[in-house]
Design a protein around this ligand. Structure first.
Ligand SMILES: *Cc1c(COP(=O)(O)O)cnc(C)c1O
Length: 823
């Protein structure tokens, strides 16, 4: 929801384009994705070019959804069909125009705008500051981490007249980007969180990066920063007048001194203000990053003139910010989407979109939603929520809070309303849960984490977290290596490399994969039962089960004359077309047809016209190693020749494919029509050439079950293999080889991350547990432990034990719960 704007007035004043029509164009919503349009009448559709498609192609769809206001690229003018009675701004660059519009809205706002940038902590500082300031005033903040060129524009358009202060974050990855963001945000107060190493490759050096980020602050009245980073301090002091700089530090010498005293639980922050008064703030956090973020929040609140007592009260209540949506399994075979941290309309829409991507053929879609705070007009809010509920076809809305009780008549009579979370907990039976998909989304103060706890399936505490953003990033990376017309088949065999076939396949469907492949028929059946609609190739089908193949619309691979004959004898009396893929063996010496079989094959196919070759492929044996380059090229040439000769005899052109992940990186110009992406999607670049372009997708986590003091010389675990070299402490972790933590990791062959530090294994790995040395790390029971992902990489761990990353991923036990997250 944005502040209503007269678009026709804007477009006639906009210098970067020319416009058609000039009807009244009051808009209160920006749409950049036609799939999300609900009520087009008051929306503005901005055609931004995506990687895949041209935004202008969607103008017509938007028009059919009643959109009458458009920003469209000039270059598409001749292709876009006539759009009746519409108000169109044609411009070279629609993003520029969108940003101008955002700027116009931001400058209507006369409250203070706080601009936040830096390498880490932007979103958390923004969220926490909003919580602290929100005690007194109506705060607007960028949704989630909307900090990109598009994100900032959309954020700035959300500022409304009811708000009293606006918090906008800005993120850049390349030089030149900040100037554009600065023009939109134009903050009065700036917060520079810190400088780190993200996107280093795009900046000459650290100072360039600092300079670039600080362009956001060119016109601020006050710039808040931490003085302890020498380069940051040096740069800011030479760039900004000293009366604009507000510094803080652990140690005396800055405007605010904020020292930290760790407590048994959490920490105490002692502040000496510029007037030398002292204050203390208690917090439950004790890690350095959170303590830095909190101190930025404190200083900014002081600068804004908030009373210290208010700040103290606010800081005490801060909770961990988890901006991520998490998909988990729930009780009674439900699936749970946990977004219990905060609630605003933009976030609700993102969550509903994520929900609509999950397919649950059997159950209902249930939304448990709290009322929103800080959003202005309640009636309008109720109306918007009710619009979203019907657009996303929610079967049951459970509304929590006074807003729902007051505006009951906006919602269908089936909806359930409660005044608070304890009423929901008491009344949960009324929901009759059974295989439903449930989105739980609530503002902080409603404490919906209690509801999540009740609905979550009981499991042991080892989880494999699959980051769907990273998955998408990797997918897009491989796409950029290929010319745009090349299709992508993703290998989701072996439970999608351990990550969870249905969820990953569903997400791939969303992000534009063209094909899926599994090893066996039952894997394909499972995908179909989970609602996956992409074509699915089955590599090693038992052709006796033709009925399953047909019922579930799977596409079998034929790799021998025998398998073809088996299939065709069963298909003999059927009229239905049977699509197959032909595998040619060009040197792998695994499944696949040899040249001498091809003559019989073609004859056979001519006699069975209902069998249609949809694809022809081969598999490379050594695409990941330069020493096999010649062999690989021979395989590819051979494939071309053999497939050419087959295709000459076929009525229709099949899809040809040969490259696996390694092959895409090394031979992108030999992609034929499609590639088969596997391990690369999971963030492992087996050639080790482009590893830094990929992101880790799977993180294996567990918890510390117990911490023990042990003496020098004591033995640890089975066979008494572990020995303490010094007096110290060990932690017992809730994971063992039955979960897929390989036994060879024992005895110091691997480390885990706990409290941000390395802890090496000690003694043998047991079936369900293992021990790590945590001497001096101040580890506590219940601490989170990362076994791989953000800690040790899959490649490192595999190399430690003479394995390959594929084995580690596919070896994760089925009892390990998979959670899916979307940032
Ligand atoms: C598993 C598999 C792939 C994918 O291999 P990666 O190395 O994971 O990219 C491609 N093609 C076939 C035939 C496969 O079996």
């Amino acid at each position: 929801m944005i502040q209503p704007i007269d678009f026709s007035a804007f477009s006639s004043n906009y210098s970067g384009g020319n416009q058609e029509f000039s009807e009244k164009g009051l808009i209160d919503k920006i749409e950049i994705d036609t799939r999300k349009i609900q009520s087009g009448a008051t929306a503005l559709f901005v055609a931004l070019d995506g990687s895949r498609q041209n935004g202008a192609d969607f103008a017509k769809i938007a028009h059919s959804l009643k959109v009458r206001n458009f920003i469209l690229p000039l270059k598409a003018k001749s292709n876009v069909p006539h759009l009746d009675d519409s108000n169109i701004l044609w411009t070279e660059n629609p993003l520029d125009a969108l940003q101008e519009l955002a700027k116009a809205n931001r400058f209507q706002f006369d409250g203070p705008v706080i601009g936040i940038t830096g390498s880490n902590g932007k979103t958390i500082v923004k969220e926490w500051l909003a919580q602290v300031l929100g005690q007194d005033v109506k705060v607007y903040k960028s949704p989630k981490s909307y900090n990109s060129q598009i994100g900032v524009a959309l954020s700035a358009l959300g500022i409304q007249s009811v708000h009293q202060v606006a918090l906008l974050e800005a993120g850049i990855s390349k030089p030149g980007e900040m100037d554009r963001l600065k023009k939109i945000i134009e903050p009065e107060i700036g917060i520079f969180t810190n400088i780190g190493s993200a996107h280093d490759e795009n900046f000459e050096n650290l100072e360039t990066k600092i300079r670039e980020k600080c362009r956001l602050f060119a016109n601020v009245r006050f710039l808040i920063y931490r003085k302890d980073h020498a380069l940051v301090q040096h740069f800011l002091e030479k760039t900004f007048d000293s009366d604009r700089l507000v510094s803080w530090s652990d140690v005396p010498g800055a405007d605010y001194t904020l020292s930290v005293k760790k407590e048994k639980k959490g920490a105490r922050i002692l502040m000496i203000a510029p007037d030398l008064r002292t204050y203390t703030f208690a917090t439950a956090f004790d890690d350095p990053a959170s303590l830095e973020n909190i101190r930025h929040v404190i200083v900014c609140s002081m600068v804004l003139g908030l009373k210290p007592e208010k700040i103290q009260a606010g800081v005490k209540l801060l909770h961990a910010v988890d901006m991520r949506l998490t998909l988990k399994s729930g009780i009674r075979q439900c699936l749970l989407i946990d977004d219990s941290y905060n609630n605003d309309l933009a976030g609700l829409e993102i969550a509903l979109e994520f929900m609509s991507q999950q397919r649950t053929p059997s159950g209902r879609k249930i939304l448990i939603l709290s009322e929103m705070v800080q959003e202005g007009n309640e009636e309008l809010m109720a109306q918007k929520i009710s619009g979203l509920v019907s657009h996303y076809q929610i079967d049951l809305l459970v509304g929590v809070g006074q807003l729902f009780l007051r505006y009951k008549n906006f919602f269908s009579p089936q909806c359930l309303f409660f005044s608070g979370n304890s009423e929901v907990l008491a009344g949960i039976e009324k929901l009759n849960l059974d295989r439903d998909l449930i989105l739980v989304k609530g503002a902080r103060k409603f404490q919906f984490e209690d509801i999540i706890r009740l609905l979550e399936a009981e499991v042991h505490e080892t989880v494999l977290e699959i980051n769907l953003n990273a998955l998408r990033h990797n997918f897009n990376f491989y796409k950029t290596l290929l010319s745009p017309d090349i299709k992508i088949m993703v290998m989701v065999k072996a439970f999608a490399y351990g990550g969870g076939a249905a969820e990953i396949a569903n997400h791939l469907q969303q992000i534009g994969a063209d094909y899926l492949a599994v090893a066996y028929i039952d894997e394909g059946v499972y995908l179909r039962q989970k609602g996956v609609t992409l074509p699915v190739m089955v590599m090693n089908p038992d052709t006796r089960y033709l009925d399953l193949i047909q019922e579930y619309k799977l596409e079998p691979v034929i790799y021998s004359l025998r398998s073809l004959e088996g299939l065709s004898s069963l298909a003999l009396n059927q009229s239905e077309e049977l699509p197959i893929h032909l595998e040619l063996d060009t040197g792998m010496r695994r499944l696949g047809m040899a040249e001498e079989d091809l003559k019989d094959l073609l004859t056979h196919l001519e006699q069975h016209p209902q069998i249609k070759i949809k694809g022809i492929f081969t598999h490379l044996a050594g695409a990941d190693e330069a020493i096999h380059e010649e062999f690989t090229l021979t395989q590819l040439t051979r494939f071309r020749e053999l497939s050419d000769s087959i295709m000459n005899r076929l009525p229709a052109r099949p899809i040809r494919h040969a490259l696996n992940s390694a092959g895409i990186v090394r031979f992108p110009d030999q992609a034929f029509d499609m590639v088969r992406l596997g391990i690369g999607l999971h963030g492992v670049e087996v050639n080790q050439l482009e590893q830094n372009k990929l992101e880790a997708v799977a993180t294996l986590k567990t918890v510390v079950s117990q911490v023990k003091k042990v003496r020098k010389g004591e033995s640890i675990g089975y066979g008494r293999q572990g020995r303490m070299q010094q007096d110290g402490e060990i932690a017992i972790l809730a994971i063992g080889y039955a979960d897929g933590y390989d036994r060879r990791f024992g005895n110091g062959n691997a480390f885990v991350m706990v409290r941000g530090k390395k802890a090496w294994t000690i003694g043998n790995i047991c079936m369900d547990m293992c021990m790590v040395d945590v001497s001096g790390l101040q580890v506590k029971e219940g601490d989170e432990v990362i076994l791989f992902g953000k800690g040790p990489s899959l490649q490192y761990l595999a190399a430690q034990i003479g394995a390959i990353p594929y084995e580690l991923l596919t070896g994760i036990g089925m009892r390990v719960k998979r959670n899916y997250i979307l940032d």
